[in-house]
Structure formats: structure tokens, C-alpha cells
Design a binder for this molecule. Structure first.
Ligand SMILES: Nc1ncnc2c1ncn2[C@@H]1O[C@H](COP(=O)(O)OP(=O)(O)OP(=O)(O)O)[C@@H](O)[C@H]1O
Length: 293
């Protein structure tokens, strides 16, 4: 596969606020939390940052509100070396954001407000034509409208790029979008949703990936501490075990995996080599002390 090293991510930017609390509040209750932490996130933004960190040029297409969260999200992309010239600032909606409340057991409940992310559409696709002409891999997720994903996927493919969909969070996929996908990446929960079959472990995942390979050219199911499985048309499905590490936190593992996988493919690596690099990078991240939050 010829290298065309630009990774372009079309998708979500969220400003995340994480709160440590003794419990999650019930209706009408106010609790005293112990600490809060801000984080620039959104699956799209995280994946673009991961691709850039993996050493390829990365660009982000997205939208933020004209507010402090939006300015922080854009500054973060600048700091991480992501081209954000196609991130629009919108006057009519606030930035995407989330609040996650972690209780003493480490369980959490969260609220996400999509805000400006929902404005992505045809105008963004048209404005990205020159970027798409240089893009090796376009990365999509399910946090922006499906119709926008379908439109940019068609444009990227027409321009000679490949399209990777991280179908997260799970939601129905339009036929128009499904037709444009080269590489589908899902975790076990999303694999069950896309296939309609339960995925309880690596052997279920292998069967489901093989079945989904009838609908998508390349299918990857990530399995957390069990690694991943891969299936592709004309190739025997296989599993890659997770790399054993001392776990600090699984936070962000999926986005790191996607960004590094896209970077490898854009550099011209074969799928197996790119999957091995993504598996190694995600294992390194979950063992990094700074990843605790
Ligand atoms: N405990 C672990 N040890 C080693 N590698 C891990 C571990 N957990 C996750 N990984 C790596 O990260 C990849 C993605 O993890 P996972 O399947 O949990 O994705 P996800 O559900 O999208 O993650 P998240 O939403 O928590 O970011 C795995 O396929 C594996 O490569």
C-alpha cells in the first residue's frame, strides 16, 4: 500500500470535566465532591492527538462554540501539533462538553452535551476538499451526525483515501455510511450492537468479526485486557493478545488504539503491523502513571 501519510479526523471535540464525589447524586440531592479535573476530549480530538503523537501529520475537522471551552479545545490541538485549520467556531451553539461524576468505587455516571459537534455537515466536507486530496486515512466516530459522516466518507474515498469508522458510541449505521467503510473498529459492546450477537470473549469476538467481514473489508474488535481480533475478506481471522502491563487506568485506550492504527495505515504499513503498533501503544498508555485520570 502506497504511503499517503496524512490522517484526517472528522468528528467530536468535547471539553470533559471529571468530578470525584463520595457517591453519585440522587434526584434533588447536592453532594460535596473532593476534586475536579478538566480534560480536552471528544473521541475525534483524542484520536487526532494520538495520530499526531504517533508521528504522522494529523488534521482535525470539527466545530466548537465561541466560548472558553472551545478556545481550550483549539489550543490543545495546537499544542499537540494537530492541524486545526478546519475546526470552525460557531456562534449559535456552545462547545461540546461532558461532566462525569466518579464515586468512591471508581464507577461513574456522565452527561454529554454535543453542542457544536452536531453542526458538522456538507459545508465542512466542501471546505475540506484540499485536505481530503492528501488524506491517506479518514477517521470517523459516532459522535457527529451520521449523514455528515457518510458525506465525508464518500468524498475521502473519491479522493483516493481509506475510511476508518470507530462505531462508538453504538448507534444504527445508515446504509450510505456502511458502504463507504474500509476499516470498522469496535469494542465488544459495539460489536454486539452492530452484529446483533452477544460478544462475551475472544472466541465470540472472532466469530462476530468474521461475520462482519462480509459487510466491511476489514473488521477489528478490541477487547480491553484480552487484546483484539481481526477479520478481513480473504484472510483467516486472527487474535492478538494484549501486551501484559501493570494497569494504571484504561482511560483513553480505545482512542489511542485508533489514532495509532490510522497512523500506521497512512504510513503504508500492512494491517497486521499497524494493529501490532496500536496494541503496543494502547498497552503503554494504560500503564502510564499520568493516565490515572
Ligand atoms: N489492560 C490492558 N492491558 C493491555 N492493553 C490494553 C488493556 N486494556 C486495553 N488495552 C489496549 O487498548 C485497546 C482498546 O481497549 P478497549 O477494547 O477497552 O477499547 P474501548 O472500550 O474503546 O476503550 P475506552 O472506551 O476505555 O477508551 C485494546 O485492544 C488493547 O490493545
Amino acid at each position: 500500500m502506497t504511503a499517503r501519510p496524512l490522517v484526517t479526523v472528522f468528528g467530536s471535540l468535547h471539553y470533559d470535566i471529571m468530578v470525584d464525589s463520595p457517591d453519585r447524586p440522587r434526584k434533588g440531592e447536592t453532594l460535596a465532591g473532593s476534586a475536579w479535573f478538566p480534560k480536552c476530549g471528544g473521541k475525534g480530538g483524542n484520536q487526532a492527538v494520538a495520530a499526531a503523537r504517533a508521528g504522522v501529520p494529523a488534521a482535525m475537522i470539527g466545530a466548537v462554540g465561541d466560548d472558553d471551552f472551545g478556545r481550550a479545545l483549539v489550543a490543545n490541538l495546537d499544542r499537540r501539533g494537530v492541524d486545526r485549520s478546519r475546526v470552525r467556531t460557531l456562534g449559535s451553539a456552545g462547545s461540546g462538553m461532558s461532566v462525569a461524576i466518579f464515586d468512591a468505587d471508581g464507577d461513574y455516571g456522565a452527561v454529554i452535551v454535543s453542542g457544536a459537534n452536531l453542526s458538522l455537515g456538507e459545508a465542512d466536507v466542501a471546505a475540506a476538499a484540499d485536505l481530503l486530496a492528501r488524506t491517506g486515512v479518514l477517521v470517523l466516530q459516532n459522535e457527529v451526525p451520521d449523514a455528515a459522516n457518510a458525506a465525508i466518507a464518500a468524498a475521502a474515498r473519491a479522493a483516493g483515501g481509506r475510511v476508518l469508522l470507530n462505531a462508538a458510541p453504538a448507534r444504527p449505521l445508515s446504509d450510505a455510511l456502511q458502504r463507504q467503510i474500509d476499516i470498522l473498529v469496535v469494542n465488544a459492546v459495539e460489536a454486539a450492537d452492530v452484529s446483533g450477537r452477544a460478544v462475551a470473549g475472544p472466541s465470540d469476538a472472532l466469530a462476530v468479526a468474521a461475520e462482519l467481514a462480509g459487510r466491511f473489508p476489514h473488521v477489528v474488535v478490541t477487547l480491553g485486557g484480552d487484546g483484539l481480533v481481526y477479520a478481513g475478506a480473504g484472510e483467516a481471522p486472527y487474535a492478538l493478545p494484549a501486551i501484559p502491563v501493570r494497569l494504571v487506568s484504561t482511560h483513553g485506550a480505545g482512542d489511542e488504539f485508533i489514532g495509532v492504527l490510522a497512523a500506521g495505515l497512512a504510513q503504508g504499513k500492512g494491517i497486521r503491523v499497524a494493529l501490532e503498533a496500536a496494541n503496543a501503544a494502547a498497552a503503554k498508555l494504560v500503564a502510564t502513571p499520568e493516565n490515572e485520570r
